[in-house]
Design a protein around this ligand. Structure first.
Ligand code: ASP
Ligand code: MG
Length: 402
């Protein structure tokens, strides 16, 4: 008998009919002779609705009270789903984060998991019960409720799977698995049978919204068998693992991030210490910098440009202007109509010429590249946002033929 952890996202439990469908999947897993622990997210847009409700009362609520509020969404899901399973005649119990001992730090709104006490879950499984756990929430050392950050239920599921040494952790969602690109942007995107943890991590941090980043990190660290699959179509999804059979394939996916801005610092002196001065100013303002490009010096001046999250753009400009004299530059040029399009593939480690294929696809589509950055398993380009979907489609066609 195996222990299986299943997680269902908010859209999968959005209404009564969907909850019954989810209960059906859980019941089948249980009736096949498995121990089943299920993690649920809040129904549909509940978390967003709760945030709106809070804003109506107080635009700047304390993070503690916000977590108290947001954690209620998941509690609704688990109790309703438990009722659906009860109606089917199955033994079931729903438990909140604190009831299972989901211990976190005190960083309200983005708490990190410190440990999962498995005793309660174990004793319920021993009683042959299906255990439903509220995702996204935990408890800190003051016995206060915390939440793990948006999308955090995936991380709840992986943490439980790791702590309980589960055979498999299945993340059910409204798509059939991990695709080579976002099917809404690239209609011909293909579902992958498997993908490596590293590739998944890159894709997740590049904006592919399939899995919570931290859930993938944790799955990699503890060697959790992860699968992403559909709540609606009963067929195998995408397995996320350490090594895949598919490493011969050139790339696994294409991602786009449009929530970025580019800042160019023009007319810097071409002398040592300039980059240090610039990025120290930004670091002091807690601004994360992504791609950096420096021009070749001419007439003793040079330019440095870089990208930041769109939300950090104004703060970055402010910080730089405030230090204009100390850094020494003539002007700033800022654009937020840029997107980062990236290809990711473990196969890049072994084969060359992959970046070239990407650049050729962009050239054929007449798309200009502003910046390029690469890592061991990733190539990113910065292009104009109005070209980004076209770029993804052209790159997809080049690598996957469709
Ligand atoms: N309900 C939370 C959110 O909407 C957590 C989750 O869905 O994973 O972000
Ligand atoms: Mg999610």
């Amino acid at each position: 008998m195996a222990l299986i952890v299943q997680k269902f996202g908010g859209s999968s439990v959005a209404d009564a009919e969907k909850i019954r469908r989810v209960a059906g999947i859980i019941a089948d897993t249980y009736n096949a002779g498995n121990d089943v622990v299920v993690v649920l997210s809040a129904q549909g847009d509940t978390t967003d609705d709760l945030l709106e409700k809070a804003a109506e009362i107080n635009p700047r609520p304390s993070k503690r009270e916000l977590d108290m509020l947001l954690s209620t969404g998941e509690q609704i899901s688990i109790s309703l789903c438990a009722m659906a399973l009860e109606k089917m005649g199955l033994p079931v119990i729903s438990l909140t984060g604190w009831q299972i001992g989901m211990k976190t730090d005190s960083n309200y709104g983005n708490a990190k998991i410190k440990g999962v006490g498995c005793e309660r879950i174990k004793s319920e499984l021993d009683k042959k019960r299906i255990v439903l756990v509220a995702g996204f929430q935990g408890i800190n050392k003051y016995d206060d409720i915390t939440t793990l950050g948006r999308g955090g239920s995936d991380t709840t599921a992986v943490a439980i799977a790791a702590a309980m040494d589960a055979e498999l952790c299945q993340i059910f969602t409204d798509v059939e698995g991990v695709f080579t690109a976002d099917p809404r942007r690239v209609p011909n995107a293909i579902k992958l049978d498997e993908i490596t943890f590293d590739e998944m991590l890159e894709l997740a941090s590049l904006g592919a919204q399939v899995l919570h980043n931290r859930s993938v990190e944790m799955a990699k660290r503890y060697g959790v068998n992860l699968e992403v699959l559909s709540s609606y179509v009963r067929k195998p999804g995408t397995k996320v693992k350490e090594v895949t059979k598919m490493e011969e394939t050139k790339i696994s996916g294409i991602a786009k991030d449009s929530d970025i801005a580019r800042i160019a610092i023009v007319g810097l002196r071409d002398e040592p210490g300039i980059a240090f001065k610039i990025f120290r100013v930004l670091a002091k303002s807690n601004i994360n910098v992504d791609i950096i490009l420096q021009s070749i010096g001419r007439d003793n001046t040079k330019d440095i440009s870089f990208t930041v999250a769109k939300t950090d753009k104004d703060a970055a400009v402010e910080a730089l202007q405030a230090n204009k004299e100390a850094i020494g530059f003539s002007s700033l040029s800022v654009s937020d109509k840029v997107s980062k399009v990236s290809i990711v593939g473990a196969g890049m480690i072994k084969s060359s010429g992959i970046a070239v294929m990407m650049f050729e696809a962009l050239y054929d589509a007449n798309i200009n590249i502003h910046m390029i950055s690469t890592s061991e398993i990733k190539v990113s380009v910065l292009i104009d946002t109005d070209m980004a979907d076209l770029a993804m489609q052209a790159i997809h066609k080049k690598f996957f033929g469709v």
